[in-house]
Design a binder for this molecule. Structure first.
Ligand code: ATP
Length: 431
């Protein structure tokens, strides 16, 4: 993990939030490469989930919602973690993460206070008056924005069951112990699906989505033996769920959740119907009856999968007696698709190299690097997962051709500059 955290900072994937002020626990900033990769993850998810399916629509709800939403959902009352304090060092921890009654900070054993419940909702005020009536919450999940818009989506899109709504956006949880780099933070992004089905079909769709979601990760190159599905024991289920399984990844710190796939029953639609007085149900024309759909919810983070993709792609190899660090990222996720590298800073080469770069920029996310030896520059691109390097050399000035070097095999092919965009397009899956 240390190698990865350091690579992320050094190469501009992820920085500590407000670092010059000493940082803020549980918040991280995505740098120039990180934002590209994060956007690629979201775009790929959106493409698979919304664009390529005939039973899904997208939406983008506000982060701030009517406070009653969180009463109906159960968050105001029950969205809490058990918290203990260490009497020795005054550290505060999640009780369910303590092992053998030992303080993770100072090592003292048996020094914890009784567990108290701590609500994870971030509270703030809407408008100029800071009183109880103006309390609003930063959403702790994107899901509720889709439940409360069920009727709006249904009538505006005339969908029939089964169908889903998908959404990507920020969520906030006042986690007791943010940790493991970007794994557990107080501000994070989620990619959530609410899939509405007839109640009797819920178990089948739950199974379907479990398989489908694991397939998304393996399709993007994650090694299958590092992924598993773990079903929650009945006593560990959230109050609304009939069943839930997590997609877990084997991080250096152990098996940890990337996303949860829950059968939420009709809990949310029933609750919002009750609290708002607006009936949220579906009229099944074929059967001539009203049903309150059950909901299957595949709920993924963006940050945790991003960390898993990087961890999974990280390789150290030896090439001709030298260490090569490689991010074997799927090309769809790679922040930079192609780097243009003039063989040297020779003044005859630079104009052509810049011309080649300008030609590629409208088509792909690219970069240009002319500092240090060509070998060092290949290594720098390998380390950030760039699938292709395009080298402009002295022959280019004569034959108007460049060399494409592939990251994993390091194989090189010569292609004419006029066919370069096409040659890269053939090698890069659409994203
Ligand atoms: P955990 O048990 O790890 O706290 P959770 O089961 O509460 O997670 P869910 O409510 O199922 O998480 O949220 C769905 C997804 O949102 C998680 O699988 C994860 O990818 C992401 N997520 C949730 N909380 C955080 C967080 N604090 N930091 C980063 N990502 C998070």
């Amino acid at each position: 993990m240390d190698e990865i955290v350091s690579l992320c900072k050094r190469r501009g994937f992820i920085f500590q939030s407000s670092e010059i002020y000493g940082g803020l626990a549980g918040a991280w900033d995505y740098g120039p490469l990180g934002v590209e990769m994060k956007n690629n993850i979201k775009r790929t998810w959106w493409k698979t989930i919304v664009q390529e399916r005939d039973d899904m629509v997208g939406m983008d709800a506000a982060i701030l919602m009517h406070p009653q939403v969180w009463v109906a959902s159960g968050h105001v009352e029950t969205f809490a973690d058990p918290m203990v304090d260490c009497r020795n060092c005054q550290g505060r921890f999640r009780a369910d993460e303590i092992e053998e009654n030992r303080c993770p900070n100072c090592g003292a054993v048996g020094q914890f206070t009784e567990a108290r419940m701590f609500n994870l909702l971030f509270k703030t005020f809407a408008g100029p008056v800071e009183d109880e009536a103006s309390v609003v919450y930063l959403r702790p999940e994107t899901a509720q924005g889709m439940f409360v818009n069920f009727e709006n989506v249904l009538t505006s899109t005339r969908r029939k069951l089964p169908f889903g709504i998908a959404q990507i956006g920020k969520s906030f949880r006042n986690e007791v112990n943010p940790r493991h780099f970007i794994f557990r933070t107080r501000e994070f992004e989620q990619m959530e699906i609410e899939f509405f089905v007839r109640p009797e079909e819920a178990p089948r769709w739950h199974e379907y989505w479990m398989q489908e979601r694991v397939r998304w990760y393996t399709d993007l190159g994650v090694r299958p033996e590092y992924l598993r599905l773990t079903a929650h024991a009945p006593e560990d289920l959230a109050h609304y769920a009939a069943a839930c399984s997590d997609v877990e990844y084997l991080f250096p710190m152990g098996w940890l959740e990337l996303e949860g796939i829950a059968n939420r029953r009709d809990f949310d639609l029933q609750q919002h119907s009750k609290e708002s007085g607006v009936t949220l149900s579906y009229f099944d024309e074929e059967k001539g009856e009203h049903v309150v759909p059950f909901i299957i919810e595949p709920s993924a983070g963006v940050d945790r999968p991003l960390l898993a993709f990087i961890v999974d792609a990280y390789r150290e190899e030896e090439v001709r007696g030298e260490k090569r660090v490689l991010l074997k990222l799927d090309a769809r996720l790679a922040p930079i698709k192609a780097a243009v590298l003039p063989l040297s800073r020779n003044e005859k080469l630079v104009p052509t190299a810049r011309e080649v770069w300008a030609m590629l920029r409208p088509h792909f996310m690219t970069s240009y690097d002319d500092a240090q030896s060509i070998g060092r520059r290949y290594r720098r691109q390998d380390e950030i997962g760039t699938p292709f390097c395009v080298t402009v050399d002295f022959d280019t000035l004569e034959d108007r051709a460049v060399t494409i070097r592939e990251r994993d095999s390091m194989e090189q092919v010569r292609v004419p500059v006029s066919g370069l965009v096409e040659a890269l397009r053939e090698r890069l899956p659409p994203c």
